[in-house]
Structures are given as C-alpha cells and as structure tokens.
Design a protein around this ligand. Structure first.
Ligand SMILES: [Zn+2]
Length: 115
C-alpha cells in the first residue's frame, strides 16, 4: 500500500473521530411538536388555528425494549432535537469509518501479493 494512500485514509478517519468526539448529546427517538385546542368556546384557540395552545413537545424513544413518551419543555426539546440529529450524523460517520477501514485492510492484501 502506498504510504500516501494510508495517510489519506488515516486523516479521513481522524476527522471522523474528531467529529464524533465534538458531540455532546446523542439519542434515538423522535420529537413531536404539536399545538392544542383547549375546548373552551370563548378561547382564542376556538376560532383561530394560529392561536392554538403550545407548542407542546413529546419525545418518543425505546427504553429497555419499550416505547417511552416524555413531555419536554422548549429548552429540553431543542437539546433532544440536537441529540437525535447527532445520532444520525454518527451513523453516517460510522459508515464512512467502516469504508475507510475496509479500504485500508484490503490494500494491505495488495502489499502482500507484491512481496
Ligand atoms: Zn384555548
């Protein structure tokens, strides 16, 4: 394997590891944001869809094999959204890392054949 190829692959995997290291939160699940009608006929929400109550946030995720729903504040919801986005990004980075690992290991085989 050419030393320059190995260096290229290593710098790619280093960038992947640094990107993962820079993350704080990570989670599976989905985040729902919804608004509600309270049911009082004299309330602003009764006639104007823009005046509905909320938004209310709900985080659904699997925990010990069960689907768990939690209500979140707006601040918590922002963190949960970041955690969910981070998990998707980590999955994308892990796939790249796996490809880089495969490429490096397979090129070692070519070295063996040459010698
Ligand atoms: Zn209302």
């Amino acid at each position: 394997m050419k030393e320059i190829d190995k260096k290229k692959i290593r710098s790619r995997t280093l960038a992947i590891r640094r990107a993962i290291d820079a993350m704080d939160f990570l989670s599976s699940g989905t985040l729902l944001s919804r608004t509600k009608v309270c049911g009082r006929s004299n309330c602003r929400c009764a006639t104007d869809p823009e005046q509905r109550h909320g938004p209310y946030f709900e985080w659904s995720r699997r925990q010990d094999g069960r689907l768990v729903h939690k209500k979140l504040t707006e601040e918590q919801a922002a963190l949960a959204a970041r955690a969910i986005a981070n998990r998707r990004e980590v999955q994308r980075l892990l796939a790249q890392w796996e490809t880089a690992t495969f490429e490096e290991i397979m090129t070692l085989e070519e070295d063996g054949k040459r010698g």
